[in-house]
Design a protein around this ligand. Structure first.
Ligand code: TXA
Ligand code: MG
Length: 333
């Protein structure tokens, strides 16, 4: 019996149903340990085109292909360097995306016309079940409108993309909360393109060599200066400048929130404070949900103090800089 569209379950917890929809060329939002992805069959051009359309994402921006295990990489990558082998053994399934030279069979639409492809095996059990049941590669950007912050709950996905998705697989809040670490292995030098919960230091230890810290050049949308942004304007300030900066913004009539790990003692009247947890992994876990809630509460300006750039704190600081339109982290000294 055909189920009328209006009765179609938009949200559920059944990865088998998700896999069926993917096989029919539909779009399934699914949880990963980092953020929710907007998935489609990476071998189906119509599905891939719909991902770009639903997100409002420019065609030149490549998608990550998600796989159920490292065994599938030969169908997607033209070569598999020793470094990739070490990193996959060390961190997959997990929040690390590897950029490799792409296999000739990969649809150009997936890679935004580039010769390279991003691959990752996520560790969230529902994501792995979905990928195993589906049996192929799932192209999936973060399941948000282009330029907005990534979703870390099923409700965030519904808020951003609503019924333009065929099914939302609900796996609860994402454990990590910021997107995967991206490492480019498609050229001679490994390059860290996006910091995440797997730090550069951890990667260096596994590779037994130093990394190039700053993206040399990339067409990755995550590398655009203004990306991962809430509706409110984000302004960065050091701990001792927070109150002065917030006062200046509030004087101009804006509804101002300060987002920092410790509450400034001299918070100006009318300025509200929101805590960024001291523990960097908790800060990452809560960052996007907090920014979304500040939008809901009508914030015009968020004056934020990024945490120290250590471990996953680097990724949190990076996303706050990007939300503020300041782009990538400056090169380490
Ligand atoms: O944690 C994550 O990586 C999440 C979950 C869903 O897996 N996905 C995600 O996808 O953040 P997206 O599309 O929002 O960000 C992926 C980043 C983009 O900046 C994209 O340009 C970059 O990866 N990327 C993908 N393929 C690439 C390639 N071949 N070369 C360079 N950058 C690439
Ligand atoms: Mg994204």
């Amino acid at each position: 019996m055909k189920v009328p569209d209006a009765q179609r379950p938009a949200c559920g917890t059944d990865p088998l149903e998700g896999a069926r929809i993917l096989r029919r060329g539909g779009l399934v939002a699914f949880p990963t340990e980092t953020v929710y992805g907007l998935g489609g069959d990476a071998r189906n051009l119509e599905a891939v085109r719909r991902i770009f359309a639903v997100k409002g994402r420019p065609a030149g921006h490549p998608l990550i292909v998600h796989l159920s295990s490292v065994d599938a990489v030969t169908e997607w990558a033209a070569d598999w360097p020793e470094a990739a082998d070490k990193l996959a053994a060390g961190f997959w399934p997990g929040p690390l995306t590897l950029i490799l030279r792409k296999h000739t069979s990969v649809l150009p639409a997936v890679t935004g016309g580039q010769d390279s492809i991003g691959l990752r095996v996520p560790s969230h059990p529902l994501a792995l079940n979905l990928l195993q049941f589906f049996g192929g590669g799932v192209a999936a950007p973060s399941a948000n409108r282009f330029g907005h912050i990534s979703p870390t709950t099923a409700q965030h996905v519904l808020d951003d993309l609503g019924d333009s998705v065929d099914y939302v697989l609900d796996g609860g809040p994402c454990q990590v909360g910021v997107e995967s670490t991206i490492l480019d292995l498609s050229t001679d030098e490994p390059v860290l393109l996006r910091p995440g919960s797997i730090s550069g230091d951890e990667i260096e230890r596994v590779l037994g060599r130093k990394l190039t810290a700053t993206p040399a050049s990339t067409r990755a949308p995550g590398a655009l200066p203004q990306h991962y942004s809430p509706r409110a304007r984000v302004v960065l300030a050091g701990e001792d400048e927070l109150s002065r900066c917030a006062e200046r913004e509030a004087a101009a009539g804006a509804r101002v929130f300060v987002l920092s790990q410790t509450r400034p003692a001299d918070l100006p009247l009318g300025v509200l404070w929101r805590e960024l947890p001291l523990e960097a992994s908790e800060a990452a876990h809560e960052l996007y949900a907090t920014l979304r809630s500040l939008d809901t509460e009508g914030a015009d300006v968020v004056v934020a103090c990024p945490p120290g750039a250590v471990g996953i704190g680097t990724a949190v600081a990076d996303r706050l800089r990007r939300a503020a339109g300041l782009g990538n982290l400056p090169e380490a000294p």
